[in-house]
Design a protein around this ligand. Structure first.
Ligand code: PLP
Length: 374
């Protein structure tokens, strides 16, 4: 373990599984064809894309022809929020603990004349049906609440929230980017209208993802160009990425229990070896994401010091890295330790020994930082 760098930032990105690379590989070489080509070889690639689409649909219990491939979570979020067919000036409700992509799209909708309301979480990081009900009294057109929060890992009551949205005439969109490894996704049972995922969070390729759009929900293209993806996403389809997505999401959804059992062991090992800091109190949550507040220490400085000491973790999401502000999620939860928090996230390759060793490095690093202050 000595000298080894311990990566505890799997919520930022994951490595690609060997089997998933194997699923993608032929489509870079022997079957490299363009799925939009009408000739026989193009049709082989096109069949692969349809096979991949069906696998992705099956993984989330979606109807045939409801999944559209995108370049990842951010693009899917942009399409869901900017291109869904909702009335001009209508109300859009967005939770206060969303990823920056959702927040930026909400700002765009506000600039375009929509009334955007923010739904605040409880102090333990949950968006309750009651809070949503209050926010959209009198009706709304669109509600956006993520499935699993990317900073503290809280699991949102998506089914109940979707019911509230529907009762008030709104469509319901969930960003499920952080949920694929740990939650069994079922778009029918949860009755969501739109859902997005991102390949690089579940051991598939970066720059890949999809948007699910329930049959009957009207949505337009985000990108202008060719008629690929049934006219909803112009641009040549990245066939290897689709094959990796299909393999990755199938594998992840088939192994949720195993994944969660492993994550629980890692979380417990890490926390029991940690003799400083305070785990942020949260409601129902996944075990692979953990935020800890370290009293008297700046979270940003600690993350840098930990990186030097050999533990790679983060303050907030990778997308907001470089900003000096504490994670929005913790601020929205009114957590006093927002500025002193660090996020640790575990993954399939993390071992119990690594989790324990990382906690010991955190202990020493925090002690050193505190000692340097006096
Ligand atoms: N939504 C959440 C909750 C995320 O954690 C991320 C990535 O960190 C995204 C969306 C953006 O996904 P992508 O990196 O595929 O654009």
């Amino acid at each position: 373990m000595k000298g080894q760098v311990i990566y505890l930032d799997y919520a930022a990105t994951t490595p690609v599984d060997g089997e998933t690379i194997a699923a993608a590989l032929p489509y870079y070489g022997s079957t490299f064809y363009n799925p939009a080509s009408t000739h026989m070889l193009g049709q082989i690639a096109s069949s692969a894309v349809e096979f991949g689409r069906r696998a992705c649909e099956r993984a989330i219990n979606a109807d045939r022809g409801t999944v559209y491939f995108t370049s990842g979570g951010t693009e899917a979020i942009n399409q869901a929020m900017k291109c869904v067919d909702i009335e001009a000036g209508s109300k859009v409700a967005v939770s206060a603990i969303e990823h920056d992509a959702v927040k930026a799209c909400a700002e765009y909708l506000s600039r375009r004349g929509h009334e955007v309301v923010t739904v605040m979480p409880t102090e333990d990081g949950i968006i309750t049906p009651e809070a949503l009900e209050k926010a959209i009294e009198g009706g709304a057109a669109l509600v956006c609440v993520m499935t699993v929060n990317n900073i503290v890992g809280t699991i949102q009551p998506i089914r109940e929230l979707a019911q509230v949205a529907h009762r008030h005439g709104a469509l319901f969109f969930t960003d499920a980017v952080q949920a694929v490894n740990s939650i069994e996704l079922d778009v029918k049972d949860s009755d969501v209208d739109m859902l997005c995922v991102s390949g690089h969070k579940f051991y598939a390729l970066k720059g890949s993802g999809f948007l699910y759009v329930k049959k009957g929900v009207k949505i337009n293209a985000l990108l202008d160009g060719g008629r690929q993806e049934y006219g909803l996403r112009a641009g040549t389809v990245d066939v290897p990425a689709v094959m990796a997505l299909a393999d990755g999401i199938t594998r992840a959804q088939n192994c949720v229990d195993e994944y969660n059992a492993h994550a629980k062991i890692l979380r417990e090992a890490f926390l029991s070896a940690l003799d400083c800091g305070k785990q942020i109190e949260i409601g129902p949550h996944v075990d692979d994401i953990l935020s800890v507040a370290f009293d008297g220490v700046d979270g940003g400085r600690l993350a840098v010091a930990l990186s030097v000491a050999g533990v790679c973790c983060s303050v907030g999401s990778a997308c907001s890295a470089g900003s000096a502000t504490p994670p929005d999620t913790l601020v929205a939860m009114k957590h006093g330790g927002a500025a002193s928090s660090v996020r640790f996230s575990f993954g399939k390759p993390t071992t119990k020994a690594q989790a324990e060793a990382a906690a010991k490095i955190v202990n020493d690093t925090v002690k050193n930082l505190l000692a340097a202050k006096v």
